[in-house]
Design a protein around this ligand. Structure first.
Ligand SMILES: [Zn+2]
Length: 133
Protein backbone atom coordinates (compact mmCIF):
# COMPACT_ATOMS: atom_id res chain seq x y z
CA UNK A 1 0.00 0.00 0.00
CA UNK A 2 1.09 3.53 -0.78
CA UNK A 3 0.11 6.48 1.37
CA UNK A 4 -0.74 9.62 -0.57
CA UNK A 5 -1.44 13.07 0.75
CA UNK A 6 -4.38 14.20 -1.40
CA UNK A 7 -5.96 17.54 -2.11
CA UNK A 8 -9.17 18.59 -3.87
CA UNK A 9 -9.75 21.67 -6.04
CA UNK A 10 -10.73 23.59 -2.87
CA UNK A 11 -7.33 22.67 -1.39
CA UNK A 12 -8.80 20.45 1.33
CA UNK A 13 -6.10 18.05 2.46
CA UNK A 14 -6.73 14.42 3.29
CA UNK A 15 -4.98 11.07 3.22
CA UNK A 16 -5.53 8.07 1.00
CA UNK A 17 -4.13 4.56 0.82
CA UNK A 18 -3.81 2.82 -2.54
CA UNK A 19 -2.40 -0.46 -3.80
CA UNK A 20 -0.18 1.39 -6.27
CA UNK A 21 0.21 4.62 -8.18
CA UNK A 22 -1.78 3.12 -11.06
CA UNK A 23 -4.53 2.01 -8.66
CA UNK A 24 -4.83 5.56 -7.36
CA UNK A 25 -5.12 6.98 -10.87
CA UNK A 26 -7.65 4.43 -12.08
CA UNK A 27 -9.81 4.78 -8.94
CA UNK A 28 -9.66 8.56 -9.18
CA UNK A 29 -10.46 8.55 -12.91
CA UNK A 30 -13.46 6.29 -12.33
CA UNK A 31 -14.81 8.61 -9.62
CA UNK A 32 -14.08 6.40 -6.62
CA UNK A 33 -11.78 8.88 -4.88
CA UNK A 34 -13.53 11.87 -3.36
CA UNK A 35 -12.54 14.65 -1.00
CA UNK A 36 -13.03 13.61 2.62
CA UNK A 37 -14.15 17.16 3.46
CA UNK A 38 -16.44 18.30 0.62
CA UNK A 39 -16.92 15.18 -1.50
CA UNK A 40 -15.40 16.71 -4.63
CA UNK A 41 -14.13 14.26 -7.24
CA UNK A 42 -11.51 16.77 -8.41
CA UNK A 43 -8.79 15.11 -6.40
CA UNK A 44 -5.07 14.93 -6.96
CA UNK A 45 -1.95 14.14 -5.05
CA UNK A 46 -0.84 17.04 -2.88
CA UNK A 47 2.54 18.55 -3.54
CA UNK A 48 4.88 17.42 -0.83
CA UNK A 49 6.94 19.84 1.21
CA UNK A 50 10.63 19.81 0.31
CA UNK A 51 12.59 17.18 2.17
CA UNK A 52 15.10 18.25 4.78
CA UNK A 53 18.00 17.32 2.51
CA UNK A 54 16.64 19.67 -0.15
CA UNK A 55 16.65 22.62 2.25
CA UNK A 56 20.33 22.60 3.09
CA UNK A 57 21.65 23.85 -0.27
CA UNK A 58 19.05 26.62 -0.16
CA UNK A 59 20.30 27.69 3.27
CA UNK A 60 23.88 27.69 2.04
CA UNK A 61 22.95 29.76 -0.97
CA UNK A 62 21.15 32.35 1.20
CA UNK A 63 24.24 32.59 3.41
CA UNK A 64 26.33 33.07 0.31
CA UNK A 65 23.95 35.80 -0.81
CA UNK A 66 24.33 37.61 2.52
CA UNK A 67 28.10 37.38 2.13
CA UNK A 68 27.86 38.66 -1.42
CA UNK A 69 25.69 41.54 -0.22
CA UNK A 70 28.32 42.39 2.39
CA UNK A 71 31.01 42.22 -0.27
CA UNK A 72 28.99 44.48 -2.58
CA UNK A 73 28.41 46.94 0.27
CA UNK A 74 32.08 47.08 1.18
CA UNK A 75 33.21 47.32 -2.42
CA UNK A 76 30.81 50.14 -3.27
CA UNK A 77 31.23 52.15 -0.05
CA UNK A 78 34.97 51.71 0.49
CA UNK A 79 38.12 52.47 -1.45
CA UNK A 80 40.24 49.51 -2.43
CA UNK A 81 43.86 50.27 -1.56
CA UNK A 82 45.31 46.81 -2.19
CA UNK A 83 48.66 46.16 -0.54
CA UNK A 84 48.88 49.76 0.70
CA UNK A 85 46.16 48.92 3.25
CA UNK A 86 48.41 48.88 6.34
CA UNK A 87 50.14 52.13 5.32
CA UNK A 88 46.82 53.87 4.51
CA UNK A 89 45.09 52.66 7.68
CA UNK A 90 47.98 53.91 9.82
CA UNK A 91 48.13 57.27 7.99
CA UNK A 92 44.40 57.84 8.61
CA UNK A 93 44.66 56.72 12.24
CA UNK A 94 47.51 59.16 12.83
CA UNK A 95 45.72 62.00 11.03
CA UNK A 96 48.23 62.14 8.15
CA UNK A 97 45.54 61.16 5.65
CA UNK A 98 41.84 62.02 5.33
CA UNK A 99 39.67 59.45 7.10
CA UNK A 100 37.60 57.27 4.80
CA UNK A 101 36.44 53.68 4.49
CA UNK A 102 39.09 51.52 2.89
CA UNK A 103 39.75 47.85 2.35
CA UNK A 104 42.67 45.93 1.00
CA UNK A 105 45.22 43.36 1.90
CA UNK A 106 47.70 43.39 4.75
CA UNK A 107 50.39 40.94 5.74
CA UNK A 108 49.54 39.16 9.03
CA UNK A 109 52.34 40.92 10.91
CA UNK A 110 51.25 44.34 9.56
CA UNK A 111 47.65 43.62 10.57
CA UNK A 112 48.79 42.57 14.06
CA UNK A 113 50.86 45.76 14.41
CA UNK A 114 47.87 47.90 13.40
CA UNK A 115 45.64 46.20 15.98
CA UNK A 116 48.32 46.60 18.67
CA UNK A 117 48.52 50.31 17.86
CA UNK A 118 44.75 50.64 18.23
CA UNK A 119 43.96 51.15 14.55
CA UNK A 120 40.34 49.99 14.03
CA UNK A 121 40.62 47.30 11.38
CA UNK A 122 38.75 44.04 10.89
CA UNK A 123 39.41 41.02 8.73
CA UNK A 124 37.07 40.60 5.75
CA UNK A 125 35.18 37.32 5.44
CA UNK A 126 36.18 37.08 1.78
CA UNK A 127 39.09 37.65 -0.57
CA UNK A 128 38.78 41.02 -2.35
CA UNK A 129 37.93 40.64 -6.05
CA UNK A 130 40.50 43.14 -7.29
CA UNK A 131 43.96 41.98 -6.36
CA UNK A 132 46.91 44.20 -7.20
CA UNK A 133 50.36 42.89 -6.56
ZN1 LIG B 1 -12.64 19.29 -0.73
Amino acid sequence: MIHYALTCEKTHRFDGWFASSDAFESQRDSGQVHCAVCGSLQVDRALMAPAVTAREPALQSSEKTALEQLRDHIETSSDYVGLRFAEEARAMHEGRSESRAIYGEARPDDARALIEDGVPIAPLPFIPKRQTN
